[in-house]
Write a protein of this length. Sequence first.
Length: 760
Amino acid sequence: MDFTDLLRELSEAPGYRGQIEHIRRLPSRPARYAALDVELHSRLAEIIAQQGVARLYTHQVQAINAALAGENVTVVSGTASGKTLCYLVPVAESIYNRGTSRALMVYPTKALAQDQLRKLADFGAGEVFRAETYDGDTPPQNRRRIKREAQVVLTNPDMLHVGILPYHYTWAEFFRNLKFVVLDEVHVYRGVFGSHTANVIRRLRRIAHHYGADPQFICCSATIANPADLVRDLTGLESTLIDDDGAPTGRRALVMWNPPVVHKTQGTRRSANLEAADLLADLVRRDIRTIVFTLARSQAELILRYVREVLADTGLADKVMAYRGGYLPAERREIERRLFDGELLGVVSTTALELGVDIGGLDAVIMAGYPGSIASTWQQTGRAGRGKQDAIAVMIGLSGGIHQYLIRNPDYLLDSASEKVIIDPQNRYVLASHLLCAAYELAVDDEETALFGPQMGDILQILGDAGYLTKRRQWYWIDPVSYPAGQISIRSSSGEAYTIVTGEGEKRKLLGTMDDASAFRMIHEGAMYLHGGESYLVKRLDLEQRVAYVEPSDAGYYTVALTYSDVKVTHTREQRGLAGGTQAALVELETTSRVGAYRRLRQVTDQDLGTEDLSLPARSFDTIGVALPVTAEQAADLQAHGHDLMGSIHALEHAMIALLPLFALCDPHDVAGLSHLAHPDMRGQAIFVWDGYPGGVGICEAVFERLEELISATSRAVAECPCESGCPSCVQSPQCGDGNVPLDKAGAVRLARLWLAAEG
């Protein structure tokens, strides 16, 4: 594909309105090769040659050498760089030389595990050794055979947590011979999911040790700032870092695409979802295989709906599908198959397809919004042009502050190093959950602090006092009926998932699922649930049974939930002064939040159709946050210059939260904020930002370290926005429970500069 011609054609099309803001062209890169230090088993060497692999890349050789020498290994390289061989070769070599050897491969998604199973077949699985997936989709009648016969088991952290470790005695032979544990795509294990997974891995090591095994770990990651540290936090073990990527790449064009302004005074732009749909339709018409990445499930469904409308008269509408979590397993497998076989020309996906699932050769990537990290941006970009193919990637700016900031400052994204991935295995809520699970699996000894950390003893005592555990030399799980893993979700800090059903009686069918943390925002009564490009109105949400009852709807709108919050400072961990005299604080908070209303927005135009109140229970938890008070002198200065005091801090809070993911690797939904005109704990005006998970997961600690950078970037982003008085690109938030009133854009800029003692 000649992307120079493509960009010229797009810019000359009748509907083009100057959307291309910046183009970065990246040259191709040749391959670099090396030779192994050891001679592989003859059958394995033959298989590798049959795959068309005449020589191995430098990073593959270094990783295989280290693994075969008995080292734990961490491999960091780009998308489609052949990381799979880095662990398949040592695993296969081990099995070819010793048939009783076992390997456990852990992937963050079911789709990735299924995909890797197909690749294992090329290495003798099914012919010389048996490899099987073991996850929630595995038929019950197959599970006993897999435990007994499989030499390689592919699973995910969820199944390891809830379906393997609690029943380890049925896996005794497998654990006794466990040689390798593979953790693929480890950069995904961040925040609360990573913190949970780290404790699941510690439980895995504990069970393996119980059966006399001490497995090696081979971990693979996309490019991040701290891969060795992350693997140490995940596994509790040191590893050899391999980051000399020798794989070739084709030429790439990275395009920053900004929707045109449709209302100059208000600063509003055309919907990024419409821009993505139109661009995808253009590429599909040109027979260019394209993937669109979105930030949310609802966004994926809206873009699918829009692009099918655009392609309705072309006969190509069925060549585009959506792909996201919440679809039933059979739906996901069929979409993956159609992509791999080339039946589809386009797919609109959440990050579910960001990872290394082999979906065939793609030519183009459209990112409908900044993915949330530099690492994810390059990971998504790499999904097209695999190997030496040329490719194009287009990032479309949403209206939110972080997206418009990057459109105006592309060098920040394209030239900055990838971020650190933050997890906290010692989060007391997360650790307590896994100590309960560990005690159920095997009685916990007081000497196991080397595995679970110094807080273990205190937490065990608390759990004992609460009646969950009892101590008889060791700590034992008490309840003879239930098991704790079944009650603990490792994807969030919340409870079991909700199911979504449609129809009545015999016609009732399961439509999808929704995690507990998202349910109140996405499937509350009155919400519009989007699935497969179709709209469903939520008629009732049963909180006790955790079921949402929906019916098809053609109302033509979608919904956005509004959340109201309050905080109480329970402890100040650390304080430091900013240049302007403000004493910023890292604090422990008690937070209370409630989804109290929702907005209805017209599809396509995003016209506001009104707000409806909700009556849902509030949720409270303790977490970590940053408190930024406004001094009396700063408040007086703002008022003296004619600024609305509440509007200034409210606008600055929105803008800071919008840019926060640039400075702490997280999703916008991982944090929350509040601006207060007279907070009792701060004795005046203050802005609070906090981790959206019980106990915190390290996000606000990272923010506190880089606070001046965040405030400075926020000040620039708001000041540079061309709108007159504040818009979705700078200080408005679509989730604001107060309807974005009051907001003072100029006051927000002045307050940020007062905090930093900056000019102007």
